[in-house]
Design a protein around this ligand. Structure first.
Ligand code: PLP
Length: 401
């Protein structure tokens, strides 16, 4: 019920909850039933069945997610990739063309570059930070434009306002993957995006124990995507729906705490002699700093950095840390480290990765809920002995400037 509560913290707890409460239950019960007794529903998509995405667990999540982003409607899916692939296949048909940001999440990049051709769909990549260059990529059959709020793993922020304006001017559907920002830091519908996508596996659930996805946006489009999902079958299981519902309630406090820690860690790393470069949109020298301040309510809790000494130094550092877990994925309560070249972006060719600015030695960090001072102490210990004397001096002078 968008509009009923003002604060996102309140919406996370109260929007979409059953009214009246089911048997007085404070938390949403799990409806572990594949089908429901027929009650005169009209039409295939209205039949109550888990795959048709309309059990009480689905509906409660749909209302809560729509309320969080001040959007008209929402849909949960079996994974973030189910949300992405189903949405793209619902809005694009054979003969259509997509404009997509050039540094997408690896799975999305692979879906576009490897699977689109078999559906007869074309694409071109655009530089999200250079709106003047978009028009020459436009074709008469371009139907949609696709960007990410904060990109993975370089934490770039496109000119999001210009994306919406461009889409409106050329009659395109504007789609944004809002996973890294979460509804706490960016609400795409408020900026005019037609559709917002999430891997709920990450911040929305926040506990690294399910995969799930969501599509949030205009009701006519959500209905179309729901019908496509009903056919493709990527529906969220009720137990995962329950865990997502439960995890989401603490999203705001988690995101705020994690973002504050990420800022402290980014500042610490930036001043460290063994670190060559830090990518965090909350640092004033990050190329996206001004745009991040303009569009986002917070800078989120993802950062990436280069350890001096290349891949070996990066690996050594990762193995020496004690608190962060070396694992892919992000957005959970545990701090995670990964080298995107070996995980999220391993599907890209080395040439494409380098073109996108993703070196083999880049380390990505998802900052969790541990105390920032414990994390910093651990990082400091793991970096001991890395970085040469010369590097130490130049880093110090850069930090002072
Ligand atoms: N979008 C982004 C930005 C991601 O980082 C990921 C996964 O890492 C996905 C989508 C895909 O989500 P899932 O793993 O839930 O399918």
């Amino acid at each position: 019920m968008p509009g009923k509560f003002k604060g996102i913290e309140t919406k996370l707890i109260h929007s979409g909850e059953p009214d009246p409460r089911i048997q007085g239950a404070i938390s949403m019960p799990i409806f572990q039933t594949a089908m429901f007794e027929y009650a005169g529903e009209k039409g295939y998509h209205a039949i109550r069945y888990i795959r048709l995405n309309n059990t009480p667990n689905h509906l409660a999540l749909h209302q809560k997610l729509a309320a969080l982003e001040n959007a008209e409607a929402a849909l949960v899916t079996a994974s973030g990739m189910a949300a992405i692939s189903t949405t793209l296949l619902a809005v694009l048909s054979s003969g259509d063309h997509l404009l997509a940001q050039d540094c997408l999440y690896g799975g999305t990049h692979d879906f576009v570059t490897e699977d689109f051709a078999s559906f007869g769909i074309g694409y071109d990549f655009i530089d999200g930070e250079d709106p003047a260059s978009w028009k020459k990529k436009l074709r008469p059959n371009t139907r949609a434009v696709y960007v990410e709020t904060i990109t993975n793993p370089l934490l770039k922020v496109a000119d999001l306002k210009a994306v919406v304006e461009f889409a409106r001017e050329h009659g395109l559907i504007s789609i944004i993957d809002n996973t890294f920002a979460s509804p706490v830091n960016f609400r795409p519908a408020e900026w005019g995006f037609d559709l917002s996508l999430h891997s709920c596996t990450k911040y929305l659930n926040g506990h690294s124990d399910i995969v799930a996805g969501a599509v949030i946006g205009r009701s006519a489009l959500i209905e179309k995507i729901t019908h496509k999902l009903n056919h493709l079958g990527g529906s969220l299981d009720p137990h995962a729906a329950y865990l997502l519902h439960r995890g989401m309630k603490t999203l705001a406090v988690r995101m705020k705490f994690q973002s504050e820690s990420a800022m402290r860690i980014a500042q610490f790393l930036e001043g460290h002699a063994a670190i060559e470069k830090v990518n965090y949109p909350g640092l004033p020298n990050h190329p996206a700093y001004q745009r991040a301040r303009e569009f986002l309510n917070g800078f989120s809790a993802m950062l990436s950095f280069e350890v001096r000494g290349g891949v070996e130094a990066a690996e050594r550092f990762m193995q020496k840390t004690e608190l962060p877990i070396v694992a892919p994925s992000l957005g959970g309560v545990e701090t995670l480290l990964t080298r995107p070249a070996t995980t999220s972006h391993s599907g890209m060719s080395p040439q494409d990765r380098l073109k996108a600015g993703i070196t083999d030695s880049l380390v990505r960090m998802s900052v969790g809920l541990e105390a920032a001072e414990d994390l910093i102490e651990d990082l400091e210990r793991a970096l001991e002995g890395e970085g040469s004397q010369r590097a130490r001096k130049s880093a110090r002078s850069t930090a002072i400037r």
